[in-house]
Design a protein around this ligand. Structure first.
Ligand code: URP
Ligand code: ZN
Ligand code: ZN
Length: 456
């Protein structure tokens, strides 16, 4: 009847927590009930443990060419680390090279992930160039192929990644027509350039000036501009890695008025403030947008608690410490990006275990909402018929993060020394055990492309 039974655990969804067994057959959840038995099934006693849906990390950049190098976790290492942190689906961000089509951007990534990925994967396609409008036509085809979200950058002008307002508006309108979500990195590039020029002329080159060149209001302007377009064009918008209070409040106000604005934040914005850039190793924390002040951090937590934030994802885009060192004497030479794929779920679950949020809220932010927002119909919760993407969590196990205890290829972590109360002890990807008690036990190439449903 079953291949696997997880017995005597406590099941957690966003809405309920209850004792039950889970029966798994052919990679799917086949039963949730008490007293499941099957002599032929592998039976694992999970008494005293929580049984949770695998997390969906809706924001990663694996093997991404960026900042003069390539992000240090490839498809294998990044998804291996994901599995060991309870993440069973990653959403990567392939970047369109100017002139290429959407499918030319996605297909090579899809093939590379299929060879190496240890957990399931999906893609948001970053659009940098409309190719005289051909991309707008192709968006419909991409949606039919299960690529139902696209990303725009308001920044990275010199890198050729930025889109202007006209392009952004056209993508928003087309996204709505074809049932796609449009994701946005919101910061104001001209203000950033202005500050960078000024600080360089003044010889102010430490990592602290990375923050001062991209302070709160530089992000807020872009958040508000995007919200303005999305509300007036009546199109859905997903703002990635929200880090500032003013922009957050504008987004929440637009939602209250009934607009479809979704908000993602990341663990690094919930844990660190801009003070990290004053440290000797401040460059290791350089990402964009940068960590902000205490007021923004507190506003983000309040929004988590009150339902103002929809998802927590990582923006996992790590670089080795020698690459971060390129910017020791010039913050503009630091490759932008931090790590977190293995820390996301333990961090949010530890926040639940220590009483800051509920376990249901952690599950909603890290699994259920990303599945719903991005059309992963088979994933995101524990229910009959869904993929058996499951994390077994020991609420009594304490864990201290060290770079060498992580499963990525990066030689340091911004999470070094952080302690979590409670930790995942098993991760199942479609019923297959991929992580157990600190060890990766999965198989590269196991991960499958998640073909997503369009928005209605
Ligand atoms: O600093 C970051 N976040 N690097 C990755 C690219 C992006 O902006 O998301
Ligand atoms: Zn970004
Ligand atoms: Zn990103």
């Amino acid at each position: 009847m079953f291949d696997l039974i997880l017995k005597n655990g406590t099941i957690v969804t966003s809405r309920e927590t209850f004792p039950a067994d889970i029966g798994i057959k052919d990679g799917k959840i086949a039963a949730i009930a008490t007293d499941l038995t099957d002599d032929k099934a592998e039976t694992v006693d999970v008494s005293g443990k929580l049984v949770l849906p695998g997390a969906i990390d809706a924001h990663t950049h694996l093997a991404m060419p960026f900042g003069g190098t390539i992000s240090a976790d490839g498809y294998l290492a990044g998804t291996r680390a994901a599995a060991c942190g309870g993440v069973t689906t990653v959403f990567d961000y392939p970047l369109q090279r100017k002139g290429n089509t959407i499918l030319q951007t996605i297909e090579p990534k899809k093939a590379a992930f299929a060879e190496e990925a240890c957990v399931d994967f999906a893609f948001h396609c970053c659009i940098t160039d409309l190719n005289d409008g051909a991309i707008l036509d192709e968006m419909e085809e991409a949606v039919a192929e299960g690529i139902t979200s696209f990303k725009c950058f308001f920044v990275y002008k010199k890198e050729g990644m930025m889109v202007d307002d006209k392009t952004f508006a056209r993508i928003l309108i087309r996204g709505k027509e074809v049932g796609a979500m449009i994701n946005l990195h919101a910061e104001n590039p001209d203000l950033i350039d202005l500050y960078i020029e000024q600080f360089k002329a003044e010889g102010k080159t430490s990592a602290w000036y990375h923050y001062l060149s991209r302070p709160e209001f530089v992000e807020a302007e872009a958040d508000k501009r995007a919200i303005h377009w999305a509300t007036h064009l009546d199109a859905p918008l997903y703002i990635v890695h929200m880090a500032d209070k003013e922009g957050l409040e504008a987004a929440i106000a637009a939602r209250r008025e009934g607009h479809e604005i979704y908000i993602e934040t990341c663990p690094q914005y919930l844990e660190f403030t801009s003070d990290v850039y004053k440290r000797d190793d401040g460059r290791n924390f350089v990402c964009s947008p940068p960590m902000k002040g205490q007021e923004s951090l507190e506003a983000l937590w309040r929004a988590i608690e009150s339902g103002g934030i929809d998802t927590v994802a990582t923006d996992h885009c790590p670089f080795q410490s020698y690459e971060k060192d390129w910017g020791k004497d010039d913050f503009t030479k630091i490759p932008n990006g931090c790590m977190g794929i293995e820390n996301l779920y333990p961090y949010m679950l530890s926040a639940a275990n220590t009483g800051r949020i509920s376990f249901g809220k952690a599950v909603e932010l890290c699994a259920e909402n990303p599945a719903k927002i991005f059309g992963c119909t088979e994933k995101g919760t524990l229910a009959i018929g869904k993929d058996a993407d499951i994390v077994v969590y020991d609420p009594e196990k304490d864990f201290t993060v060290t770079a060498c205890g992580m499963h990525s290829d990066v030689d340091y972590t911004i999470w070094e020394g952080k302690t979590f109360h409670g930790y995942p002890v098993r991760t199942y990807s479609r019923g297959k055990l991929v992580y157990r008690d600190g060890e990766f036990v999965g198989t590269p190439g196991w991960g499958k492309f998640v073909k997503r449903a369009p928005r209605k």
